[in-house]
Design a binder for this molecule. Structure first.
Ligand code: GLY
Ligand code: MN
Ligand code: MN
Length: 432
């Protein structure tokens, strides 16, 4: 592991919080992700299923968590199954967790090798009245290949066709939305690493560089500071490339006079940071660029107060869109009269800000949680207003990660964001 060991109390508490939501005589099963094949004999870098990590801290493939919290035999209430590697496999691929190591990481006392799974599961299902299966229910995600958890649900139904199956995702979502203090510390660490990388980007970005050179600066700092890498494909978009919302090719030259929009974040201990900053490539905003930048920044500062318990993503979106509409009128992009006669299904602001400005962040950069779910205290969400004006050749987005509270806490408040501060740091570097 590249990160300091996580106190297993986090995973123990997460499991205990789940038990209150499970009906009596039930078994809950959570699968790990598998290794994703690439080409030849390679796999993509392994990333654990976020739900499995949340309840166990285990990062290994071929892991399964089986919970039966009301089972009369205490040893059957929490069982972790792990893979058993042969000495030959360990010779090639490195050490795999022992039973004792998996117990220490997860805080689960009953840890067994995978080859005993079928036998024990049969026993548990014979006892149980229902099974809960965890699947990824992200509503706007349509991958061509299914995850292990989805395929396991089919396998499970085939094997136990008469047992009642319920969805675990709604219960897990409720838990994962409310971050525990240890989780907030880990997200903060990811944010701090991201901030260090941004400061170095400010000091080392020059016009004439390729966008991917800036990406390389970020990657260098992420890796040397113990992050696993980027929490998502970073966007390094100069000039009008910033108007392509998911621009990730990062292959073009950064020209004099360009703004450079960067949306990037480190992944530390599987927790994501999600940050956006926009800087003038040559170190100095033009008057028009600064005017638009400060319009976004004013909105960003005002909107932080919206991150209080009980508010919702939909409310934040509406409020921030309204603020940006005012700013856009001030910037001369359209008039009050245009707004009065606009089509409510296609408002004027939508031409220049066509995305939501708030989403949960945590184990996944787009973490679990619905748009109408009231924010619990401790949820971490992004605030990311922006403005995209292709006809003027730039896009601007500013994005920090905010902890919901009676007084919201900005986990990125130390990352430079004032236009003057950005210019100063760029000027103080060897960027001349
Ligand atoms: N980095 C993806 C997003 O901001 O939503
Ligand atoms: Mn975001
Ligand atoms: Mn982002």
């Amino acid at each position: 592991m590249r990160y300091e060991p996580i106190n297993p109390e986090l995973f123990i508490n997460n499991r205990n919080r789940l038990y209150g939501a499970l009906k009596t005589k039930s078994v809950a099963i959570i699968t790990s992700n598998e290794e994703m094949p690439r080409n030849g004999d390679q796999y993509f870098p392994y990333r654990q299923n976020s739900d499995l990590f949340y309840f166990t801290g285990i990062e290994q493939e071929k892991t399964m968590l089986v919970l039966a919290p009301t089972h009369p035999n205490k040893a059957f209430r929490e069982i972790l199954f792990i893979l058993k590697a042969s000495p030959e496999e360990e010779q090639w691929n490195g050490h795999k967790l022992t039973i004792e190591e998996a117990r220490a990481i997860s805080g689960i006392q009953t840890v067994k090798y995978h080859d005993t799974l079928d036998f024990i599961l049969n026993d548990l299902i014979f006892w149980a009245k229902r099974a809960y299966l965890a699947t990824n229910e992200y509503p706007k995600f349509f991958p061509e290949i299914s995850n292990r958890d989805q395929r396991y649900a089919h396998e499970f139904k085939e094997k136990f066709p008469l047992i009642k199956i319920e969805r675990l995702a709604p219960e897990i979502t409720k838990l994962r939305q409310q971050k525990q203090p240890q989780e907030i510390d880990l997200i903060k660490k990811a944010c701090d690493i991201t901030g260090i990388a941004f400061n170095n980007v400010l000091k080392n970005t020059k016009t004439g560089m390729k966008e991917y050179e800036v990406e390389a600066l970020m990657t260098f700092d992420f890796l040397r500071l113990g992050a696993k890498g980027h929490a998502y494909s970073p966007i390094v978009a100069s000039g009008k490339n910033a108007c392509v919302l998911h621009y990730i090719t990062n292959h073009q030259k950064i020209n004099d006079g360009d703004l450079l929009l960067m949306d990037f974040g480190a992944e530390y201990a599987n927790y994501a940071a999600d940050c956006s900053r926009t800087i003038p490539a040559n170190g100095k905003f033009s008057p028009r660029q600064k005017e638009c930048y400060n319009a976004v920044l004013r909105t960003f500062k005002k909107a932080k107060a919206l991150y209080t318990p009980g508010n919702t993503i939909n409310n934040v979106n509406k409020a921030v869109w309204k603020m940006m509409e005012e700013e856009m009128i001030g910037l001369g992009l359209f008039t009050k009269e245009d707004v009065e006669k606009q089509d409510p299904d296609n408002p004027c602001y939508f031409k220049y800000l066509m995305h939501g400005v708030c989403h949960p962040v945590g184990l996944d950069v787009h973490d679990v949680g619905g748009k109408d779910d009231p924010f619990p205290k401790g949820q971490v969400l992004t605030l990311e207003p922006g403005i995209y004006i292709p006809e003027e050749g730039f896009g601007i987005r500013l994005e920090n990660d905010i902890v919901v509270g009676d007084t919201p806490v900005d986990l990125m408040e130390n990352i430079p964001i004032e236009a003057d501060e950005i210019e100063e740091i760029m000027a103080s570097s060897n960027n001349d």
